[in-house]
Design a binder for this molecule. Structure first.
Ligand SMILES: Nc1nc2c(ncn2[C@@H]2O[C@H](COP(=O)(O)OP(=O)(O)OP(=O)(O)O)[C@@H](O)[C@H]2O)c(=O)[nH]1
Length: 397
């Protein structure tokens, strides 16, 4: 019996081994061309990955420590490896708001539609005006602008005496655009000076989207053919510098960062501008750590970062990033930041996730500073230059 069992076991084992070999071979064939089943060698041409290959240069700092500059390697060889493109293709900046308007329509549709429906009723009595007012207040427009808008509309509806939807729409459009203020200068000061780059600082409380905004803005500037350098002065959150360097590497932009955890942010920002001057870039974008507006020490530190950077020359743009979903709370933050640094523009992020688009008006009113950019999603190119007409158009769609 045992003599018979041995050959049978042998045959079963042989079949199992041959079967496994066939499975392995078939799977190997299924791997699409250009995708490598195992780790690549360093000299493998396709090895740059989607974020591009980078190397690090070391800059000396005044305090004796060093600063890494993450520099994208020569990317010309990537032309030969189509499946692993080295750099992202950036969406053109022109017409971004129009392309992203679907997001705005989705989140803020209730506001525009609600107003249009109310104003198109056969009879507009006091109750209707109360509802209009409530709708505007719920959208975070703020009390004063709401009353202004209601007064202006009351007057126009009385004079026009018509409920024609097209007429009501154009009336509402005009009045809303007036409130959003098309006369404000929303251009970004990113023009290089004769002997140094333009410097843009990005500030705000924790988690509003500062690092993401710096990354997206770098792409906007690259699409505009500018040479950009990033400064990772958020030395508080360990992953922030890495996150920023990754954004930069995706579009071939170097990042100046510290090799020391919790390094002095002013020193890193200073080094970034110094590197920007040496490398003759057009714009240096400085990311700063999130800080609560009620922490005096952190707010003082922000003032210091700006003062130290200004040893190289004036900062051209200080962008305050506000999360639109926090509504009126953003106003309090804005006021305190404006006391410490001179805010020149607002970036309103996460407008894709709130029906409170009216906050644009409230913030501009309280600060006297224009909203220059709006964030409409987590995608790399979901940041759009703001314009009053396009914004109101999307609200009333
Ligand atoms: N939906 C949406 N999410 C956004 C937008 N902008 C940023 N975010 C998300 O907000 C989160 C926080 O973004 P960060 O850039 O890390 O925020 P931060 O302000 O740098 O954070 P701290 O450094 O901790 O202060 C991330 O998950 C982003 O993807 C936007 O416009 N829309």
């Amino acid at each position: 019996m045992n003599e018979l069992l041995l050959p049978v076991v042998f045959v079963i084992l042989a079949i199992a081994v041959i079967g496994s070999l066939i499975v392995v071979l078939v799977r190997g064939r299924r791997t699409p061309p250009g995708i490598y089943p195992s780790p690549r060698d360093a000299d493998d041409q396709g090895g740059a990955g989607v974020h591009g290959a980078t190397s690090t240069e070391v800059l000396d700092r005044p305090d004796g420590t060093t600063t890494d500059v993450l520099v994208p390697d020569d990317l010309s060889s990537l032309d030969e490896a189509p499946p692993a493109p080295g750099l992202d293709t950036v969406d053109p900046v022109q017409g971004r708001l129009a392309r992203l308007r679907a997001r705005l329509i989705r989140s803020n549709n209730a506001l525009g539609k609600g107003l249009l429906a109310l104003l198109s009723r056969d009879r507009i009595d006091e109750d209707v005006w109360d509802e209009v007012e409530e709708t505007l207040l719920l959208a975070d427009l703020g009390t004063e602008p709401t009353l202004e808008l209601v007064d202006a509309l009351r007057e126009r509806v009385k004079v026009a005496g018509s409920r024609d939807p097209a007429e009501v729409r154009s009336m509402l459009h005009e009045e809303l655009v007036k409130l959003v203020d098309p006369t404000m200068d929303r251009s970004l000061a990113t023009q290089r000076h004769a002997d140094r780059p333009a410097v843009v600082m990005v500030v705000g409380v924790n988690g509003v989207g500062k690092t993401t905004t710096v990354g997206k803005l770098a792409r906007v500037l690259v699409a505009d053919d500018k040479d950009v350098l990033l400064g990772a002065a958020d030395t508080f959150r360990a992953a922030a510098a890495e996150q920023l360097a990754t954004w930069g590497a995706r579009v071939g932009v170097p990042t100046v960062r510290s090799d020391v955890d919790g390094a002095d942010p002013a020193s890193v920002a200073f080094d970034a501008v110094k590197a920007g001057i040496e490398q003759e870039v057009d714009v240096v974008l400085i990311d700063t750590a999130g800080r609560l507006q009620n922490k005096v020490g952190l707010m003082d530190e922000l003032g210091k970062v700006k003062r130290v950077v200004e040893k190289h020359g004036a900062v051209d743009e200080v962008l305050l990033v506000l999360d639109a979903t926090t509504g009126q709370n953003g106003l309090t933050q804005a006021k305190v930041f404006a006391e410490v640094v001179n805010i020149t523009g607002i970036v309103l992020t996460k407008l894709d996730g709130t029906a409170k688009g009216g906050i644009v008006v409230a913030i501009q009113r309280s600060l006297g500073v224009p909203v220059k950019l709006i964030g409409l999603g987590e995608g790399a190119d979901d940041l759009a230059p703001f314009d009053a007409d396009g914004f109101v158009d999307a609200l009333l769609n």
